[in-house]
Design a protein around this ligand. Sequence first.
Ligand SMILES: *Cc1c(COP(=O)(O)O)cnc(C)c1O
Length: 392
Amino acid sequence: MADGRVKEPVITLTAGPVQAYPRISRAMARPIHYDFDPYFQSVYEDVARKCATALRVEEPALIVHAEPAVGLEAAAASLISRDDVVLNLASGVYGKGYGYWAARYCKELLEIEVPYNEAISAAQVSQMLRTRPDIAIVTAVHHDTPSGTLNPVNEIGKVVRDHGSLFLVDAVSSFAGMDIHPDDCYADVFVTGPGKCLGGAPGLTVMAVSEAAWEHMEANPDCPGASVLSLTDWKDAWSKDAPFPFTPAIAEINGLDAALDVYLEEGPETVWRRHALTARACRAGVKALGLELWAAREEIASPTATTIKVPDGMDDALIRSTMRDVFGTVISGGRGDTAGKLLRIGHMGPVAEPIYAVVAITALAGALSKLGREVDLAAGVAAATAVIMESA
Ligand SMILES: *Cc1c(COP(=O)(O)O)cnc(C)c1O
């Protein structure tokens, strides 16, 4: 095109950000109100309380006014003190990355690392806590998105709680796509955002913080203040009677408001069910095409993204660009250590609908055939469709 822009895709099936529900985009176009006007302050309190309803916790949620990568870094900066021994769990690129942030603030960083198609067990964590009882904080990613695999954070959290350590969980790409909440996994800091399974825009972080975690931050001499990395600055901001430390992202808050309405009105259980079904149909289609799933075992494959090994001798970027050019369909590649090794089909928010598994399988098989790799397109489509029909 004359302005140099590339043609828009027809269908976005990425592992986030997702193409937001239209109702959320419309909410983001609501009038921008002055943040200290009582109207906006009441909206903000209502949204923070609605987050708590979705998270199934009592206290209004903490909202950080930046994408979850910033919220996660802020949690490390605020929570981890120079006296803390931290155990970081790395089963993927995001887990490994959290260790780099944690290392900046802690006394000592310990790590359990497994191959990036595997998961970390509660037994491994328990063993490490026995050898190092001085571990104060354990950090984990629930769904390590660049691998499409889940860690059993509910079981891990129980072990961490019994040991008396604090547990920080990155649930950015699993919350609202499956049955996971702060209390289920005994999280002291539970981090998520609107840009993945809630089907919103990616510009905010939503957190549930336990009383024990607040106390730890307040006792941390290095906890930042008057900083974008401070959680304590925003602790009371949910209240319509408390001032904002800085200007909140007003349009993003309006979008989050609508995202929570979409989620709660449809009903969380219904939302999780369609995420799970879409992923199951997608995995069946992938296998019937004769391709291999990336996850070592299907039990640890996420219901919110399906990861597929790049067929031997093929270039993942070429597969993705062919899917886009021929079928107008965009999927994700790997990231960091998984880049070039896998393809990712996201099932998040508005595209966590089973028919999109059929679309993904068709576009993937079509692209592979076009690139000279024989796959059984009809078998892939039939297998994905059969899963959908069996569930009806
Ligand atoms: C998307 C995501 C994040 C946030 O990354 P952004 O770059 O802020 O979008 C963090 N953790 C996980 C597991 C994610 O999937």
